[in-house]
Design a protein around this ligand. Structure first.
Ligand SMILES: Cc1cc2nc3c(=O)[nH]c(=O)nc-3n(C[C@H](O)[C@H](O)[C@H](O)COP(=O)(O)OP(=O)(O)OC[C@H]3O[C@@H](n4cnc5c(N)ncnc54)[C@H](O)[C@@H]3O)c2cc1C
Ligand code: FES
Length: 274
């Protein structure tokens, strides 16, 4: 699903280091930027940098429409050369941006409970999804339970802002520095034993290992689940086929779909792991 994508110039409003190596960047864009749906992303490129030709994909983590301009928020961590340069951006610096791109999370109006699951930087799109669920688009609003995991307590980004928006929040850390010690799928399994599975939707984003564990777990629980996959991407436009994901076609046959175009949000049960 595409919602009017454009390449446009944006300027940096702020680029704050919220935790070591993790940044929250706000960008000011022209009002023509289409309102994104949660799960959609943007390809962002540094302006006038010949050493970084390709844009980098980032989930839309926040969005606000103001009089005369829009503001988007990108939550990111330094992973390599590109994000290291992004971290040096200052107020007023210019970027080129293409978006909103990709297929978003789809929440039907009959959904009564949404279970959010994030691992590490998977919090970026889930943060926007949570804010979206708390707007008046949903009446009655679904209840939201959040299972949020990270390696350490320090990497549980935006925790204080997220907590008041959820009906329940379970945090998990790999090093036992906060909450449940271990994978986010462990407390989730306990919860699933008590949830009504009909009219419940799980929306998840995180490392591939977490998504895979989720798919193993949900063999036992017939609950709908959509996941955002952060495949490596080059063009972001469906042209280079560099982001192919193996999925089950309508007749059960193996197919490849592009994470940047048919994804990044997929039905978990469509993904083929072998
Ligand atoms: C749809 C989508 C949304 C994304 N949203 C976010 C976001 O909101 N916040 C955020 O911090 N990151 C996000 N990413 C990942 C982000 O795009 C990469 O971290 C970034 O492109 C790395 O660029 P680089 O030049 O710094 O690192 P590179 O030098 O290109 O890579 C450095 C290291 O990161 C690894 N890497 C690169 N891309 C990915 C990837 N897609 N997934 C896992 N590992 C990768 C490489 O294997 C390498 O080890 C998203 C990716 C996709 C596809
Ligand atoms: S990144 Fe080129 S087709 Fe998806």
């Amino acid at each position: 699903m595409q919602h009017g994508k454009f390449i446009m110039s944006g300027s940096v409003l702020s680029n704050l280091e919220v935790r070591e190596g993790h940044f929250l960047m706000s960008l000011c864009l022209p009002p023509e930027f289409a309102s994104p749906l949660p799960g959609q992303f943007a390809m962002i490129r540094l302006k006038n940098r010949k050493d970084l030709l390709l844009g980098r994909p980032f989930s839309i983590s926040g969005f606000h429409r103001h009089e005369g301009h829009v503001q988007i928020e990108i939550l990111y961590r330094i992973a390599g050369q590109g994000t290291r340069l992004f971290a040096q951006l200052r107020m007023g610096d210019q970027v080129d941006l293409l978006g909103p791109l990709g297929h978003p999370f789809e929440i039907s109006r009959s959904t009564k409970k949404v279970i959010l699951v994030s691992g590490g930087m998977g919090i970026a799109p889930i943060r926007y999804l949570l804010a979206y669920l708390r707007t008046n688009r949903f009446d009655p609003a679904p209840s939201v339970d959040f299972y949020m995991g990270a390696k350490t307590a320090d990497e549980l980004l935006e925790l204080d802002n997220i907590r008041p928006s959820c009906d329940s929040l379970q945090v998990c850390t790999d090093d036992c520095s906060m909450g449940h010690h271990g994978f986010v799928t462990e407390p989730l399994e306990k919860g699933l034993k008590h949830y009504p599975l009909k009219d419940t939707l799980i929306c998840a984003c995180g490392p591939l290992g977490m998504i895979r564990r989720l798919s193993e777990l949900l063999v036992k629980y017939p609950v709908a689940c959509q996941v955002s996959l952060e495949e490596r991407m080059a063009c972001g436009l469906g042209a280079c086929l560099g982001c192919a994901v193996a999925v089950r076609g309508q007749n059960g046959e193996r197919q490849y779909q592009r994470a940047c175009h048919e994804g990044p949000v997929f039905n978990l049960r469509d993904i083929l792991w072998e």
